[in-house]
Design a protein around this ligand. Structure first.
Ligand SMILES: C[S@@+](CC[C@H](N)C(=O)[O-])C[C@H]1O[C@@H](n2cnc3c(N)ncnc32)[C@H](O)[C@@H]1O
Length: 288
């Protein structure tokens, strides 16, 4: 099978943001909690303290700029820049951040040389790197615009198990040349199936020394991605399954360590790993 590549990221994301422009608002609380947890700030106070001396902040691959809104709420003095490749994301990010005077939104492919000649004290690239063709090159690009003593937070999706990775790869490969609409329609069917499994209320599934709180989660982690969250709109679960199957390579911790070997003069501040993701915070120690 062909290796999953990210050639279609741009058109798939434009379509996603058109479909769910309210994704950022609705999931704000959920994601803020997840962000604070993964990058080990644990609570808003600690994160506020962290942001206090960060003059220039960049959100790389901002989508709807949900994280920039958080940064702006916690530090009104910093200059916050948020960029994305998707014109639709940019349109909505501008709308949502309008009331924050210290947030600027601009269009930028983060795999290319940055148009703005600015160095940052903090770069947050959350849930983006694995969507770029070479996370190693993208990380190097971001590291090059980080100030000495600056921090870079990044995330990649994690490899699961051979079985699920194989099924996901087959589905991703199937959709790589198809239209975003076809993928969206497929995501609706997957989400309906996941909801049906969830609604069976079969709880506590034990398998290979692991315990899953219900059958849907067992299926999700052991077959192909079939995510469903009853706490949010059905469409938002659809968009998450859509996002996943839009050609989305996964990485192991070993892969992440290999990527890190390509940069120098950094210190790992925190590592978070769960069944689905890896998030790291690193600090730049020297410029050269
Ligand atoms: C899963 S979304 C995450 C958005 C945001 N960081 C968040 O956490 O809500 C990934 C975003 O990365 C953007 N993206 C992917 N590749 C990019 C690239 N090469 N340059 C800029 N943005 C990119 C997509 O357009 C999309 O908005």
């Amino acid at each position: 099978m062909k290796t999953i590549q990210n050639k279609n990221t741009f058109r798939f994301f434009d379509y996603k943001w058109k479909k769910v422009p309210n994704w950022g608002n609705i999931t704000y609380k959920l994601y803020v909690k997840w962000y604070l947890n993964r990058y080990k700030y644990h609570n808003l106070n600690n994160f506020k303290k962290f942001l206090k001396d960060k003059n220039n902040i960049l959100e790389a691959g901002c989508g709807l700029a949900r994280d920039s809104i958080l940064f702006a709420k916690l530090n009104k003095k910093s200059n916050i820049y948020a960029c994305d490749q998707s014109p639709i994301a940019i349109k909505f990010a501008k709308k949502y951040t309008k009331k924050y005077n210290n947030v600027s939104i601009f269009r930028q492919d983060i795999t290319k040389k940055f148009k703005k000649n600015i160095k940052y004290d903090f770069i947050s690239c959350d849930q983006v790197l694995h969507h770029t063709p070479s996370p190693k090159k993208t990380l190097n690009n971001l590291f090059s615009i980080l100030n000495k003593n600056g921090y870079l937070n990044f995330f990649v999706c994690k490899k699961k198990n051979n079985y699920r990775d194989l099924l996901d790869d087959h589905i991703m490969n199937n959709f790589k040349n198809k239209s975003p609409k076809k993928l969206w329609d497929f995501a609706i069917e997957v989400t309906k199936f996941a909801k049906t499994l969830h609604n069976l209320k079969i709880k506590n599934v034990k398998f290979n020394k692991k315990k899953y709180s219900n059958l849907q989660l067992f299926f999700h982690y052991n077959s192909f991605r079939a995510w469903y969250n009853p706490k949010i709109n059905f469409d938002l679960s659809v968009s998450s399954n859509y996002d996943w199957f839009s050609n989305n390579p996964r990485y192991s911790m070993e892969d992440v360590n290999n990527i890190l070997k390509s940069i120098k003069n950094y210190k790992v501040i925190s590592i978070y790993e769960d069944d689905a993701s890896i998030s790291l915070s690193i600090k730049k120690l020297r410029d050269k």
